[in-house]
Design a protein around this ligand. Structure first.
Ligand SMILES: O=c1ccn([C@@H]2O[C@H](COP(=O)(O)O)[C@@H](O)[C@H]2O)c(=O)[nH]1
Length: 299
């Protein structure tokens, strides 16, 4: 099996850089699917997967929004991960884990081992407990062709509270990424891209450019496009030129493509599907246009 980074970049080259986020927000799951219940989450998530298949290369289920329903919610997450794999999609499970090395292994096995109950191609991790806490994830990634997505510069309004703080002449997020350099190199795959990805929010295009200078070979997972206000040019700021295109990661959209205008009042699942597929196509086209345009490259 090829490494995660090579699978991801090949898919993004073929279909475009959009990643569809599967975020079952409270009160937002249409009654058509069973509403805000574990079965509703699973049925809605599987419908999102079906809409995303062949339109994008990767989906990103958000764990907390399943976990709020307890064990049944986690079973719904499991169904969504499995349905995604069966549909040929890559899965970045957004769990934002982080723990001392000995117990972080539990999380790494849950998402990245060959027998993981939540089959994923990559999982998001929080690096702020230190490099040793990432090691179990790196080991699983290396052994099984998986990826590890490390929070670098996040998209939320409070991202500067700590991440932008000066640490000996550079922002903390930059120091984190500098420290990740050996791990980025260690997970470098066949295409030259590393399976250690960095989160680089679309809400901070300058920081994304800075991150690219620091980590030339790291793919970026870019949240913040769409519902959080980031546009395509912002989202692609940290990508790099590859011939006449920009590449270097994937751009997540969750609410803007899974709860678009009109989807909540769809009378049938067929109608809902058409609305969501159109929203996915629109976002993919928007990003692909910018990724292929000279003005975006030179911006
Ligand atoms: O810095 C980060 C890291 C992760 N996220 C996650 O991405 C999606 C964004 O959802 P939208 O509806 O497109 O805003 C969500 O799952 C977040 O937990 C992020 O937004 N920022």
């Amino acid at each position: 099996m090829s490494d995660f980074a090579t699978r991801l970049i090949a898919g993004a080259r073929r279909l475009g850089p959009l990643c569809v986020g599967i975020d079952p927000h409270p009160g937002k799951i249409p009654d058509l699917f069973g509403g805000d219940t574990p079965d509703g989450l699973a049925a809605w998530g599987e419908a999102v997967v079906a809409a995303a298949a062949d339109r994008v290369t990767v989906v990103k289920p958000q764990v907390g929004l399943f976990e709020r329903h307890g064990p049944d919610g986690m079973r719904a997450l499991q169904r969504v991960c499995k349905a995604s794999k069966e549909a040929g999609l890559l899965v970045i499970t957004d769990a934002k884990r982080g723990d001392i090395g000995s117990t972080a292994k539990g999380y790494a096995l849950a998402y990245l081992s060959p027998t993981a109950p939540f089959p994923s191609d990559a999982v998001t991790v929080n690096p702020y407990m230190g490099l040793d806490t990432l090691e179990p994830f790196l080991e699983q990634a290396e052994a099984n062709g998986k990826g590890v997505v490390v929070l670098a510069r996040t998209s939320n309004p409070g991202s500067s509270d700590f991440q932008a703080r000066d640490l000996e002449g550079a922002p903390l997020y930059a120091r984190v990424v500098e420290a990740l350099a050996p791990a980025i190199e260690r997970l470098k795959g066949a295409e030259g891209w590393s399976s250690l990805m960095l989160v680089a929010g679309a809400t901070g295009p300058d920081e994304a450019r800075h991150l690219r200078q620091l980590a030339e070979n790291a793919l970026f997972l870019v949240p913040g496009y769409g519902a959080q206000g980031g546009g395509a040019a912002d989202a692609l700021a940290g990508f790099k030129r590859a011939g006449n295109r920009l590449e270097g990661g994937v751009v997540n959209a969750s609410r803007s493509v899974t709860f678009p205008d009109g989807a909540d009042s769809a009378a049938t699942r067929t109608e809902w599907t058409a609305i969501v597929e159109a929203a996915i196509d629109e976002a993919q086209a928007d990003l692909s246009k910018h990724a292929g345009s000279t003005s975006a490259i030179l911006a």
